[in-house]
Design a protein around this ligand. Structure first.
Ligand SMILES: C[S@@+](CC[C@H](N)C(=O)[O-])C[C@H]1O[C@@H](n2cnc3c(N)ncnc32)[C@H](O)[C@@H]1O
Length: 245
């Protein structure tokens, strides 16, 4: 990058104004986020009456994943949630803040790991990281901190692209990026280096089994994963794990 360090948060700042339009072109994006959010809501431990479940949406971006959590909770009759969306990109958080949110939703600009480190042990009921872990240099650090802050029985849901370990998935990912995603970023005036980074970061990310192992080695239990139909089969994955009860 012309001798300058490429900074991910700056790239997301540049992409923020076109982010929602780009993901609207991705078939299944919102539906899959909703499925991941349902897994989070289903996994929330029960709470004493009168206290709202505490949820973190790490890498909340422009708020699509936060909205999915609220919609899933409402549909499940889980009432009010105390949700904090955390994102390192001020531009993405500004996009999220432009939207209407119920009381109980807080959107903060912060690094996910730094935010987790600021929280007490066993203080959170559920954590969603949608398209987050792949972007974080200290992946074990994030998962270990989530395991520390989760209450007994609390739930972690990670949702992301992962193609390692499958030749088919790697080939489809390369073809879709080079023939659809990166050209669309050009046409839509979005940040092209960010979309090239998307290709590389997914290509080089953990296998889904590797993600599961990170959860297990951090002490989370009942770890499971699923994928989605269509071209994203074996490419988009949701991984769920629980703090021991
Ligand atoms: C692909 S977007 C996903 C946004 C949202 N979760 C969604 O599903 O639409 C990934 C987001 O993660 C944020 N991010 C990347 N690394 C981060 C970190 N270390 N701490 C906090 N946010 C981070 C980026 O700024 C970006 O907004």
């Amino acid at each position: 990058m012309t001798g300058h360090e490429w900074v991910l948060a700056d790239a997301f700042d540049r992409a923020a104004p076109t982010y929602d339009a780009m993901v609207a072109l991705s078939p299944g994006y919102h539906g899959q986020l909703r499925t991941a959010a349902e897994a989070l809501v289903d996994g929330l431990p029960s709470r004493a009456a009168g206290s709202d479940p505490v949820v973190l949406d790490l890498g909340c971006g422009s708020g699509a994943s936060t909205r999915a959590v609220l919609d899933a909770a409402r549909a499940a009759g889980r009432g009010d949630l105390d949700v904090t969306g955390v994102d390192a990109s001020a531009g993405m958080v500004a996009e999220a803040r432009r939207k209407d949110w119920p009381a109980g939703v807080r959107l903060v600009v912060d690094d996910a790991l730094a935010h987790l480190r600021s929280l007490p042990d066993r203080s959170v009921d559920g954590v969603l990281g949608a398209y987050l872990l792949r972007n974080v240099p200290d992946r074990d650090g994030i998962v270990q901190e989530v395991a520390r802050v989760l209450r007994p029985g609390g739930v972690l849901v990670l949702h992301d692209y992962s193609v390692a370990g499958s030749l088919r998935a790697r080939a489809i990912w390369a073809a879709v990026c080079h023939t659809v995603i990166i050209p669309l970023a050009v046409v839509k005036g979005s940040d092209v280096p960010l979309h090239r980074y998307l290709y590389r970061s997914v290509r080089d990310f953990d296998s889904v089994e590797g993600i599961c192992r990170r959860l297990q080695t951090s002490g989370l239990v009942a770890v499971r994963h699923r994928s989605y139909p269509g071209w994203q089969d074996g490419i988009v994955h949701t991984v769920v794990g629980h703090a021991p009860s």
